[in-house]
Design a protein around this ligand. Sequence first.
Ligand code: HAM
Length: 419
Amino acid sequence: MAKAIYSTHLGFFDILPDESPKWRALENIIHEEAAKFNFEEIRTPILEQTELIKRGVGQLTDIVTKEIFAFTKGDSNYVLRPELTAPVVRAYVQHHLGQRGGSQKLYYIGPMFRAERPQKGRQRQFHQFGVEIIGSDNPIADVECIAFMIRIYQRIGIQNFDLKLNSVGDPESRDRYKEVLKDYLKPNLSKLSELSQNRFEKNPMRILDSKEPEDQEFIKNAPVIGDHLNDESTEHFTRVCELLDKLNISYTLDPLLVRGMDYYTRTAFELTSSDLGSQDALAGGGRYDLLVEEIGGQPTPAVGFAAGMERLLIACEELEIKLGSEKSVDIYLVTLGEKAQTWGIETLSKFREMGISATMDYMGRSMKAQMKDANRENARYALIVGENELETGLLTLRNMEESEELQLTIDQVLGKFRS
Ligand code: HAM
């Protein structure tokens, strides 16, 4: 026998039949809530050109420097998408979605890939749902994004989260702040991690997102962007806070929140949960008013968020929230002998046409084994058919929950399910 090949230890996971109902339930909730918000679904390819992700997410981000799965085929360079904001913006530009009029309110569900060190809540293939609203710079769009994000957790019953909020400013405010930040960091530059030293000239704000231990002391005491916002960014942020207050969405201001991608401008937010371990970020997002232009479109403001679906499901487990119903089937045909099997496969389609779920044994097993299987499948009824039953026309219908049996003709059985 050949040696088995497994991939779990690499941070890639199978979603097994026992788990898929909760995934389906979660996806249904997302689709239903998205419809209520009038968001439209977008699906983009798993592969994107490396250049798009480098330009979109940022050359000096952890994602681009350490985490992308990249490969070359012919003379093209591809990555497995690590996130969907840049790809959705690419699709928006490529297909001139702006011409449909108004702001484009898009949502998505799907797998992403990052070559991070796997641990609980951190996989190399994980799933996100998210929203991108492209075309509006109004704080209403920021708040609708946040409201949708929170609505999903509330509907599921996850209440224990903290919304962290910041403004990372517009280009003018950021340029001003970058100089202040550099002046502050410069005297201790040699004490910072190598990664942060590399980021110092080109992208000093990225240092604030560093996870390196030697940087933490300097990050903690760094000047904050909030003190260097211009009037426009301050006004925008104040209005976002005002609208969140109106909706009774509570938040904590976190002046050091910069997020892991370079595209953010003005609003930035993160949702964390104490029900998760060290990977406590449930979701994150913000405004990215320069990205559409960066990717080749007209200057167009936008805002969005994405949420980790595995992390949401981990929180459900911690809180003992059950998503999705237990598997079950309406009727299990227990067939004994070939004639009964032929009758069985014909009868299955009659039930299914009536909208009744129906299954039968495929292995020619004994009656006892088939009844055991019907139990395992959580069948509501078993219909027992052997050669005798076919001759007399009287079948045994067993109510599995109540352990009651009736002798009925097939027409009576079908009639019972029809009513
Ligand atoms: P992000 O913060 O990188 O943002 O990811 C969003 C969420 O995806 C995280 O909060 C986390 O729940 C989940 N996540 C990220 N990496 C992993 C991983 N390795 N394993 C499991 N879950 C993970 C974005 O991706 C932005 N595109 C969000 C956005 C949309 N900003 C504007 N629009």
